[in-house]
Write a protein that binds this ligand. Structure first.
Ligand SMILES: NC(=O)c1ccc[n+]([C@@H]2O[C@H](COP(=O)([O-])OP(=O)(O)OC[C@H]3O[C@@H](n4cnc5c(N)ncnc54)[C@H](O)[C@@H]3O)[C@@H](O)[C@H]2O)c1
Length: 340
């Protein structure tokens, strides 16, 4: 049990998810009170992993879990009444698996759009001082090879329902921002990876399959390049942004939205780093790009670097090493316990 030393109250949604777990844990380590919301459903991965993350959070005195559906406005209002005052809301709950979004579009509309509206409502009608919400690089749709993505790139050509819901989130946030004039910050994450990450993400799948001596499936015949972002680089920045008083900024007609992307790296280079770390060669199977997927992203994150001190400086081999260490030590034993 860790001692409580700080009184600021945070609401972190999706707290048993990958990103939410990391930010909630960092806040708890600093002694803050965290109310976490997560429905703990299976969707695209084994909820046992969510329960394992939650067990870590529950070790902290300052953590309070609310297993509610954010898409149900009644439950959200009731929870807000129970908690009372909230200083800062970090909204990360969503259906996050891009390729599944054409299969289950209703879930994406419900959990990404309806749920976010409920969050915007409680934020706008209480005395919280900041709302940060997860958007995604998917708002940009397909990018041309060699192009560098800045925040002002057009966002009206999504290639997935998932991307469309994140564009809708940004528009909803903007309308609440312009009406209520309360600070809101949008975070466009680019391929986040690291310990405790989602089993449906590319590095997780590769490490898992290589560990089990099974072939890895490489999309777009290997021609894939993305801005991969190490989780601690994001949580370091979010922690600073939420804890330090926000610099007094002039009210602007647009709410700030930032790219959060690491260096753009060829997937084949990442596979090499995985092979070296695991001391094992991958069995590779090359396939075309699935519909609704993207093969190239290159984030310009200089705005977040300048305004929020975002510093995506974890080298890919270091980040992959940390992930592989977690997978081989912790994840394997978590899943062993699950299978008993
Ligand atoms: N991980 C990435 O690479 C990445 C990239 C871009 C954007 N994002 C965004 O960041 C956020 C966090 O992603 P993640 O990787 O941690 O995903 P995740 O799936 O691990 O976490 C999301 C959590 O939200 C919860 N949730 C979903 N709908 C809910 C509802 N209606 N009520 C209560 N809880 C609900 C889920 O149970 C899950 O634990 C998401 O908004 C995602 O779209 C993530």
């Amino acid at each position: 049990m860790k001692k409580l030393i700080n009184n600021k109250i945070f609401l972190v949604t999706g707290s048993a998810g990958f990103v939410g777990f990391h930010i909630a844990k960092r806040l708890l380590e600093k002694g803050y009170i965290v109310h976490g919301i997560d429905l703990m459903t299976a969707s695209y991965y084994d909820p046992f992993l969510k329960h394992s993350r939650l067990n870590v959070l529950l070790e902290y005195e300052g953590y309070h879990h609310h297993k509610i559906d954010l898409a149900e406005s009644f439950s959200v209002k009731l929870m807000q009444k129970e908690i009372g005052h909230i200083d800062i809301i970090i909204h990360l709950a969503a259906q996050a698996c891009v390729l599944r979004s054409f299969e289950f579009p209703n879930e994406y509309i419900n959990d990404n759009i309806v749920a976010f509206q409920n969050i915007l409502e409680i934020y706008s009608h209480n005395n919280s001082t900041l709302l940060m919400y997860a958007s995604s690089s998917s708002v940009y749709g397909q990018s041309e090879e060699g192009s560098i993505i800045k925040e002002d790139k057009q966002t009206d050509l999504p290639v997935s329902i998932y991307g469309a819901t994140k564009i809708a989130n940004e528009a909803m946030a903007q309308s609440y921002y312009s009406y209520y004039k309360k600070p809101i910050i949008g975070l466009r994450f680019f391929k986040v990876y690291g310990p405790w990450s989602r089993p449906d993400t590319v590095f997780f799948k590769f490490v898992d399959l290589i560990y089990k001596d099974k072939p890895i499936i490489i999309h777009n015949h290997g021609n894939i390049k993305h801005s991969f972002t190490y989780i601690d680089d994001i949580t370091d920045c979010l922690l600073k942004t939420t804890i330090e008083p926000l610099k007094q900024q002039n009210y602007s007609s647009r709410h700030p939205i930032y790219n959060f992307g690491g260096k753009s790296i060829l997937l084949e280079e990442c596979i090499k780093a995985i092979e070296i770390t695991m001391g094992k060669k991958a069995i590779k199977k090359y396939v075309p790009l699935p519909k609704g997927d993207r093969w190239y992203t290159f984030a310009d994150s200089s705005l977040a670097q300048n305004n929020l001190s975002f510093n995506p400086n974890t080298p890919i081999d270091k980040g992959i090493q940390k992930f592989v260490e977690w997978y081989t030590k912790d994840y394997i034993s978590i899943m062993d316990i699950n299978s008993k």
